[in-house]
Design a protein around this ligand. Sequence first.
Ligand SMILES: Nc1ncnc2c1ncn2[C@@H]1O[C@H](COP(=O)(O)OP(=O)(O)OP(=O)(O)O)[C@@H](O)[C@H]1O
Ligand SMILES: [Mg+2]
Length: 462
Amino acid sequence: MEDNRGMFVPDHIFTLLVVDDDPLFQRMIKTIFSEDHYIIHKAESGEEAILLMTKIKIDAAIIDLNLPGIDGMKLLKIIKPIYPDIMIIMLTGQGNIQLAVEAVKAGVVDFLQKPFPQEELRIRIDKLYQMWLLKEENTQLKSVLKFDYEALVGNSVPMLELKKLIARVGPTNTSILIQGDTGTGKELVAKAVHYHSQRRNKPFVVVDCAAISSTVIESELFGHVRGSFTGAIDSVKGLIRSADGGTLFFDEIGELDLAVQAKLLRVLQEREVRPLGSPRTFPINVRILAATNRNLRIEVEQGRFREDLFYRIQVLTIEVPPLRSRKADIAMLAEYILKKNGSTRQEGGNIASETLTILTEYNWPGNVRELENILICVVSLGKNGLLLPEDLPPLYSSVRSDSGSEISNEVSESGSLADYEKNAIINALNLFNGNRRKTAEKLNIGEATLYRKIKKYEITGI
Ligand SMILES: Nc1ncnc2c1ncn2[C@@H]1O[C@H](COP(=O)(O)OP(=O)(O)OP(=O)(O)O)[C@@H](O)[C@H]1O
Ligand SMILES: [Mg+2]
């Protein structure tokens, strides 16, 4: 985002649209501006300009007031509400001051009266470019601050590398596959990529491939029109179209069944989507991110995942490191989690150093999510004050000093981990008198997950 002298470098080239039916003016623009700093598109009518804007991201436009068809003022009033960020210079004829004032009120940043010397136009556009740079720098700074310092906690070397990679690939439009063990923060990484991109002010839509049942997934993804099947009472836009302009994140993409994979591939190739039962298609503009804790290459080899889809989503891979390989982050994460979940609790935010030692020695097969669950449960059990080793469930205090081994033998203890999870759910349910929503919120899991776990552990009567 910065060059080596510390100057801001925007993440895309300034794109200017010139809307004027005068070929002389179009030629003049071409001669003044080299395409090193600007990309210039031209449109000879308002209609052509509108069409172009649906296909290309425009940063600024020069619009002539006198256009064939829709005039410049009408065009301005149509596009401004849809694309409020486009900076516009209006060109007016002599004696059109009244209209120029109206244009300023409608949101143009500048206007120029014809005829004008070439030099004047160059100065105005340079000014526009500088304004745009400032605006871009501001939005990028905001998103970096938001993500580097608040959401993605951790300053260990692997974490810093990860953040650097996100900052580098975020602004591109590349499809990325995010791989990592369960609970490592894949979804958080996907959000960080989105917030480091041009699309940050557009939707970030999650498709939870593991949670959506196979009977409804097509209509959830592609949408449907009213009456297209029994029960389709209203038309539904579908997740793909609702992410338009933004990022579409396929969580647990390895869970998609092969038939849906084929349809998704088509959508990504054609860049358009046809809702179920609809005669027409809709163009889409989405960036694809996907996450999985399976090894997709093996899934491909074993015929469970389409190779062509794999290559389409895996242009780039981000590996999210497991917590056991970045133990330096544990203290910071624990502090962050306690602070986030105990807003009014002054006394509960502290961790005794012996406790921290235990937490650091443990190998965390469930990664950050496991750490989060343990700390939240300890807090929700009402054990306030300094967090002592005896406050932790026995599993944690008994696993000592095997931290050097790559993967510890927690697997054999997964029974007790499950017991602990079950108890934590029972306790939290009791705490909230069985209120599912509050319990799920407190445990930091989705309500659907809570229901699943209640069923799995056969918890009844609360
Ligand atoms: N670096 C981090 N800083 C702060 N919180 C984190 C970090 N990494 C993960 N978390 C938190 O841990 C929880 C799990 O993260 P997330 O859901 O992104 O994991 P995941 O890799 O998608 O897991 P799964 O494979 O199980 O879906 C979330 O509540 C998330 O906010
Ligand atoms: Mg996830």
